[in-house]
Design a protein around this ligand. Structure first.
Ligand code: FES
Length: 365
């Protein structure tokens, strides 16, 4: 740490620049000068699925983070903040990092699908320009490969992904390949991926090269109506329940994978979209007391039910990661959409995006 950085990070400077903080003032000279915040400059944007008809465009965006970036482990995500044109508010969303594990200050890539309902993802894919500055969080998340390529005990690894869930898995595979994973000591990776069609397949050329390479990574791509089957998994890996496995994708795929693995501790999962909750059990009514709004409980998440009533609660990732949608549930029971756990504690902080009311429920919103 240089003397200048030390000085700028001191309490005295923090007090002098309060309430905005020193980074706000440094930004006027150079947006890449920061002491505490993390920002990143877009240095490249590449379209990933140019041939895909009828599916959302996907782009890989290369970012040069500021020197405050602490690096990431393969499989982690970051929150990206942008001020959208015409919006006074900064919006944040979580995106998995698709590049291999990084060291402090190193470049990273995000591979983003411009979902119809995703304002931030659409902006980044369709409108962001090289040179644009973005706000970043530090990397976070536990969906990581704890073994390094040099760990002799990591004999067989299984990666299962669906759709955009391929991005953290690509970070893991790229890290293994970069760090010298080569199949010695019986090491092997079985990678199964489900995509809508070959045209919609992102990283297609790289996956083909990995599949053909002499690297002990078996790539199995499944398209169209093909769904995950325990039978196929058992055929590929007879002892899969005792094999370290990472699975990432839509809620439906992850539910099937979890069913196959039962209570095996070798499975780690990551949803990129929470599974839809069953509407059949919806009963009672939901009240957002501060706004004075209420409606019949539809069984959807509290966030969706609030939005259906015209409310605009703050949110970020919409998948239970960023905690920007936390509000106090003053009364009633909620079910965690990701874990199925129910909680009836009064005056409890809940994440609106992954909490579905069970019966009557009131939220201080
Ligand atoms: S919006 Fe991120 S946790 Fe709810």
């Amino acid at each position: 740490m240089t003397l200048t950085t030390k000085l700028l990070g001191s309490r005295a400077v923090a007090a002098m620049t309060s309430p905005h903080g020193v980074d706000r003032y440094l930004e006027m000279f150079n947006p890449m000068w920061v002491v505490t915040e993390v920002r990143a400059r877009v240095v490249d944007i590449q379209r990933e699925n140019p041939a895909a008809q009828g599916s959302a465009p996907v782009a890989t965006i290369t970012l040069q983070p500021t020197s405050t970036w602490r690096g990431h482990r393969a499989g982690q995500y970051v929150q990206v903040g942008v001020e959208l044109p015409g919006s006074a508010r900064r919006m944040t969303r979580c995106f998995s990092i698709s590049s291999a594990a990084s060291l402090p200050g190193e470049r990273i890539t995000l591979t983003i699908r411009a979902n119809d309902e995703g304002q931030v993802s659409k902006f980044l894919v369709n409108e962001a320009k090289v040179g644009q500055m973005l706000h970043l969080s530090q990397a976070d998340g536990d969906f990581t490969i704890h073994e390094s390529a040099a760990t002799p005990t990591a004999n067989h690894l299984v990666m299962i992904s669906g759709g955009s869930g391929i991005t953290p898995v690509m970070s893991q595979i790229r890290t293994l390949l970069r760090d010298g994973y080569d199949g010695r000591a019986n090491r092997k990776v079985t990678f199964i991926h489900f995509a809508r069609s070959p045209e919609d397949q992102i990283f297609a050329d790289e996956l083909a090269a990995i599949a053909e390479g002499d690297n002990h990574i078996d790539v199995h791509l499944r398209y169209g109506d093909a769904t995950f089957s325990e039978f196929e998994l058992r055929r590929l890996i007879p002892d899969f329940r005792n094999t370290d496995t990472w699975a990432c994708g839509p809620g439906g795929l992850i539910e099937l994978v979890k069913e196959a693995y039962g209570d095996s501790p070798r499975l780690r999962v990551e949803f990129f979209k929470p599974p839809a909750v069953s509407l059949g059990s919806a009963e009672g009514s939901v009240s957002f007391t501060r706004a004075g709004a209420s409606a019949e409980n539809t069984g959807a998440s509290l966030l969706e039910q609030a939005e259906a009533l015209g409310l605009k609660p703050e949110f970020g990732c919409r998948m239970g990661i960023c905690f920007s949608c936390v509000k106090t549930k003053t009364d009633g029971t909620v079910r965690n959409i990701l874990t199925g756990e129910e909680s009836s504690l009064p005056d409890e902080e809940v994440r609106l995006c992954v909490s579905a009311p069970v019966g009557d429920c009131s939220v201080d919103l």
